[in-house]
Design a protein around this ligand. Structure first.
Ligand SMILES: *[C@@H]1O[C@H](CO)[C@@H](O)[C@H](O)[C@H]1NC(C)=O
Ligand SMILES: *[C@@H]1O[C@H](CO)[C@@H](O)[C@H](O)[C@H]1NC(C)=O
Ligand SMILES: *[C@@H]1O[C@H](CO)[C@@H](O)[C@H](O)[C@H]1NC(C)=O
Ligand SMILES: *[C@@H]1O[C@H](CO)[C@@H](O)[C@H](O)[C@H]1NC(C)=O
Ligand SMILES: *[C@@H]1O[C@H](CO)[C@@H](O)[C@H](O)[C@H]1NC(C)=O
Ligand SMILES: *[C@@H]1O[C@H](CO)[C@@H](O)[C@H](O)[C@H]1NC(C)=O
Ligand SMILES: *[C@@H]1O[C@H](CO)[C@@H](O)[C@H](O)[C@H]1NC(C)=O
Ligand SMILES: *[C@@H]1O[C@H](CO)[C@@H](O)[C@H](O)[C@H]1NC(C)=O
Ligand SMILES: *[C@@H]1O[C@H](CO)[C@@H](O)[C@H](O)[C@H]1NC(C)=O
Ligand SMILES: *[C@@H]1O[C@H](CO)[C@@H](O)[C@H](O)[C@H]1NC(C)=O
Ligand SMILES: *[C@@H]1O[C@H](CO)[C@@H](O)[C@H](O)[C@H]1NC(C)=O
Ligand SMILES: *[C@@H]1O[C@H](CO)[C@@H](O)[C@H](O)[C@H]1NC(C)=O
Length: 575
C-alpha cells in the first residue's frame, strides 16, 4: 500500500516584464492578454517579444518579500518571461495538491494556492508574465514503499533518507523534477505505466479537476502568459511506458486537455511544454491544413521564402551538405586523413554514405522520444509550440566529424533552433524555446539530470567527459577531463543561440535557470540555512540562495549571462 502523501504539481512558469516598450506593429485585437498573430506574440495590439528565464522554485520561497525581490531583479533586466514549477508538500514549505492513494485534494491555504496568488499579484504589478505549467513528465522520486511507519505528511521529507537513489541532503523542491508530476499520479492511483497518466480515465479526471481549479482561479489575470500543459510530456519517464504508447497517445492527451482549458478560459494561450522532439514518419492526428490561400499570403510577409515542409529527406540532405562544407574548411592535411567520425574525442571508422543515411534522422526526429511536437503544434487549441535545448542531456543529431566537440554543440543547437523556426513559419504559429542551458565545469558537481535525483559528478568532477565540452575532442581517452564547458563557452553558446532564435523566427526564448540570492531561509524548506550551492558560504543562517540543479548562473557567470539576456531583450525590442 502506498501511504506516501504526495504532491502534484503545478509548475508555474513565470514571468516577464513590460519595462521595455513593445514594438508598435498594431493589430486590430488590442487585448491586454497575450495573443498571437502568425508566428508572433502580441499584447495591447503591439508585438510582444519574449526573452525570459526560469524560476521553477519561486512558489517555494518562504516570504512574500523574497518573491518581490526576485521579480524586482528580473524586471530590472527587462527580462520578459520566466518560468516556474510548483507542487506539493508536507510540513514545511509550499504544496498545491496532495495526491495519495487514489485521491487528490488541492491546498488553497497560505502555503498552497495563496502563494501562487501572491506570485500572480506581484507579477501583475511588475508587468512580468508567468507561464504556468500544470504538470511534469519527470518525478523520479522512489518514495513508494518506505513510509508505512511514518505518519501523514511528514513522510515526504523523511522518506528521502531511506531511498538510496535520492540525495537526502538536498531540501525538498530543490530540483526542478521534485515538484510532483505524472508519475506521482501513476503511483498513487496504483497504476504500472507512465503513459497510463495520459489514458486512464480516473487519472485524467483527477488531473482535469486540478486543472479546472487552477485555470479558473487565474482566468482574468493578464500576468499569465499561457497555460503550459506539461513539462516534457512523452511516453516514458522513470516509470516506464507500456508497449502500446505511441506519440499519438501523447498528442491525443494534449488535445483533450487543451479543449478542456479552452472551454474554461478564453483569455489565455495554451502551449504544450514538450522538448520539441519530432516524428517525421508518424501519421498525424492533426495534419497541417494546407489552404490554397496560405502560401501567397505568407509570401508577402517578407523576403523569407515560403516555408517548405520539414521532411526526413530534407533534414538528411541539409545535414550532409553542412558536413561537406565544414570538411572543406579543414586544412588539407586533415581532410586527407579520410572521413571519420569523432565520438567523444575518438575517431571511429568512416561511415559510407549509405551507412550515414541508414543512421536516419536520429532520435530527436524519428519518434523514439515518444512524442511528436509537430502533431501537437497542429492541435487547433494549441496557441504556440515549444522546444528545449539541453545538449548535456539530449542528442539532437549526429556530430559533424570536422568540428570540435564544442563547435558541434554550438552547431547542433543552431540547427535545432532553426528547425523549430521553420515549423513556426510552416504552421503560422509562434514556437518558443522554453528552456536552454549548458552545464559549466563550475556547475558540474551540482548537475542533476531531469530523470535523476543524484548529481553524477558530485563526488568526482573529473571522471566523465561532457558531450558539450571543448576539451573532449582534444585528447583521446583522457579520463581525467572535467565535465562541462567553460564559462566563456557557455557565454558564446547562449548569445549565439539567442541570436539564432531571434533571426530564425523563434518567438520566445527562455534561459534556464534564474539565480537569486538573499532569500529568507527556513529549516527543511527549499531555501534552507547554510545551503549555499556555490560554496561561497556566508556566515548568515537567515538567508539562502535559489536552487541550482546544474544550470544556475549564481557566481562566476552571473553578470555575463545577465548581460547576454539583456542584450537579447534590447535586440528584440529594437528590431
Ligand atoms: C497593456 O495594457 C495594460 C493596461 O493598459 C497595461 O497595464 C500593461 O502594462 C500593458 N502591457 C504591456 C506589455 O504593454
Ligand atoms: C539581485 O538581488 C541580489 C540579492 O538581493 C542583489 O544583491 C543584486 O544586486 C540584484 N541584482 C540586480 C541586477 O538587481
Ligand atoms: C487507501 O485505500 C484503501 C483501499 O481503498 C483504504 O483501505 C485505505 O484506508 C486508504 N488509505 C488512505 C490513507 O486513504
Ligand atoms: C475535485 O476537487 C475537489 C476539491 O479538491 C474535490 O472535492 C473533488 O472530490 C475532486 N473530484 C475528483 C473527481 O477528483
Ligand atoms: C518496494 O516496492 C517494490 C515494488 O513496488 C518491491 O519490489 C520492494 O520489495 C519494496 N521494498 C521494500 C523495502 O518493501
Ligand atoms: C484506471 O485507474 C483506476 C485506479 O485509479 C483503476 O481502478 C482502473 O481500473 C483504471 N482503468 C483502466 C482501464 O486500467
Ligand atoms: C570552432 O568554430 C570557430 C568559429 O567558427 C572557429 O574559429 C574555430 O576554429 C572552430 N574550432 C574548431 C576546433 O573547430
Ligand atoms: C536518464 O536518461 C538518460 C538519457 O536518456 C539515460 O541514459 C539514463 O539511463 C536515464 N537515467 C535514469 C535514472 O533513468
Ligand atoms: C548531495 O547534495 C549535496 C549538496 O546538497 C552535494 O554536496 C553532494 O555532493 C550530493 N551528493 C550526490 C551523490 O549527488
Ligand atoms: C587530461 O586532461 C586534463 C584536463 O584537461 C589535462 O590537465 C591533462 O594533461 C590531460 N592528460 C592527458 C594524458 O592528456
Ligand atoms: C536582502 O533582503 C532583505 C529582505 O528582503 C532586504 O531588506 C535587504 O535589503 C536585502 N539585502 C540586499 C543586499 O539585497
Ligand atoms: C527538519 O528535519 C529534520 C529531519 O530531517 C528534523 O530533525 C528537524 O526537526 C526538522 N526541523 C524543523 C524545524 O522542522
Amino acid at each position: 500500500m502506498q501511504l506516501t502523501k504526495v504532491l502534484s504539481l503545478l509548475t508555474c512558469a513565470l514571468l516577464s516584464s513590460a519595462t521595455v516598450p513593445t514594438k508598435t506593429v498594431k493589430r486590430a485585437d488590442s487585448s491586454q492578454f497575450v495573443t498571437t498573430q502568425g508566428s508572433k506574440f502580441f499584447v495591447n495590439g503591439s508585438e510582444f517579444p519574449i526573452i525570459g528565464t526560469n524560476a521553477y522554485w519561486l512558489q517555494a520561497l518562504n516570504e512574500e518579500q523574497d518573491i518581490i525581490n526576485t521579480f524586482s531583479n528580473i524586471s530590472a533586466l527587462g527580462i520578459k518571461v520566466a518560468f516556474n514549477d510548483v507542487t506539493e508538500i508536507p510540513e514545511t514549505g509550499t504544496w498545491f495538491q496532495l495526491i495519495a492513494n487514489g485521491t487528490t485534494s488541492v491546498n488553497t491555504g497560505a502555503n498552497g494556492l495563496q502563494k501562487l496568488d501572491m506570485i500572480i499579484k506581484h507579477a501583475e504589478s511588475f508587468g512580468i508574465y508567468v507561464l504556468l505549467t500544470l504538470t511534469n513528465n519527470w518525478a523520479p522520486l522512489a518514495t513508494d514503499n518506505l513510509t508505512e511507519s511514518i505518519d501523514g505528511l511528514k513522510s515526504s521529507v523523511q522518506s528521502r533518507a531511506v531511498v538510496d537513489t535520492f540525495n537526502a541532503s538536498r531540501p525538498r523542491n530543490f530540483l526542478s523534477n521534485d515538484y510532483g508530476g505524472m508519475d506521482v499520479y501513476v503511483r498513487q492511483f496504483g497504476l504500472q505505466n507512465h503513459d497510463e497518466f495520459y489514458t486512464n480515465q480516473t487519472v485524467l479526471n483527477a488531473f482535469m479537476n486540478y486543472t479546472t481549479q487552477i485555470v479558473t482561479r487565474y482566468v482574468d489575470s493578464p500576468a499569465v502568459l499561457a497555460w503550459e500543459l506539461a513539462n516534457d510530456a512523452r511516453c516514458n519517464s522513470s516509470v516506464a511506458a507500456s508497449a502500446t504508447c505511441t506519440p499519438q497517445t501523447v498528442t491525443q492527451w494534449h488535445s483533450t486537455v487543451a479543449q478542456h482549458i479552452k472551454a474554461l478560459d478564453p483569455n489565455h494561450l495554451i502551449s504544450s511544454g514538450t522538448q520539441g522532439f519530432l516524428c517525421m514518419g508518424c501519421p498525424k492526428l492533426f495534419p497541417q491544413q494546407t489552404s490554397p490561400a496560405q502560401p501567397s499570403a505568407r509570401a508577402v510577409v517578407g523576403r523569407r521564402s515560403v516555408a517548405k515542409p520539414l521532411t526526413r529527406e530534407r533534414i538528411i540532405q541539409e545535414r550532409n551538405e553542412q558536413f561537406k562544407k565544414s570538411r572543406a574548411l579543414l586544412p588539407k592535411s586533415e581532410q586527407d586523413k579520410g572521413e571519420g567520425i569523432r565520438v567523444r574525442g575518438r575517431w571511429v571508422s568512416t561511415p559510407t554514405k549509405r551507412q550515414s543515411d541508414s543512421q536516419g534522422v536520429g532520435s530527436a526526429f524519428d519518434g523514439s522520444q515518444g512524442v511528436d511536437s509537430e502533431d501537437i503544434l497542429g492541435i487547433p487549441q494549441i496557441g504556440f509550440g515549444s522546444f528545449q535545448l539541453f545538449p548535456d542531456q539530449n542528442t539532437y543529431g549526429p556530430d559533424d566529424p570536422s568540428l570540435s566537440a564544442f563547435n558541434n554543440t554550438l552547431q547542433i543547437g543552431i540547427n535545432w533552433i532553426t528547425t523549430h523556426g521553420r515549423l513556426a513559419q510552416q504552421f503560422d504559429k509562434p514556437v518558443s524555446l522554453l528552456g536552454f542551458g549548458l552545464v559549466t565545469q563550475t556547475n558540474a558537481p551540482d548537475f542533476v539530470p531531469f530523470n535523476s535525483t543524484v548529481a553524477p559528478f558530485a563526488s568526482d568532477t573529473t571522471s566523465t567527459v561532457s558531450k558539450a565540452s571543448s576539451t573532449s575532442s582534444s585528447a583521446s581517452a583522457n579520463s581525467t577531463q572535467t565535465f562541462g564547458v567553460t564559462d566563456s563557452e557557455q557565454a558564446t553558446a547562449y548569445s549565439t543561440w539567442l541570436n539564432t532564435g531571434i533571426s530564425s523566427g523563434v518567438s520566445g526564448l527562455l534561459q534556464y535557470q534564474w539565480s537569486q540570492g538573499n532569500l529568507t531561509a527556513q529549516a527543511n524548506t527549499t531555501i534552507s540555512p547554510n545551503d549555499d550551492t556555490t560554496g561561497e558560504s556566508s556566515n548568515d543562517d537567515t538567508t539562502g540562495e535559489s536552487p541550482n540543479d546544474g544550470y544556475s548562473i549564481q557566481g562566476v557567470g552571473e553578470d555575463t549571462v545577465q548581460s547576454i539576456l539583456q542584450n537579447a531583450v534590447q535586440s528584440v525590442s529594437s528590431t
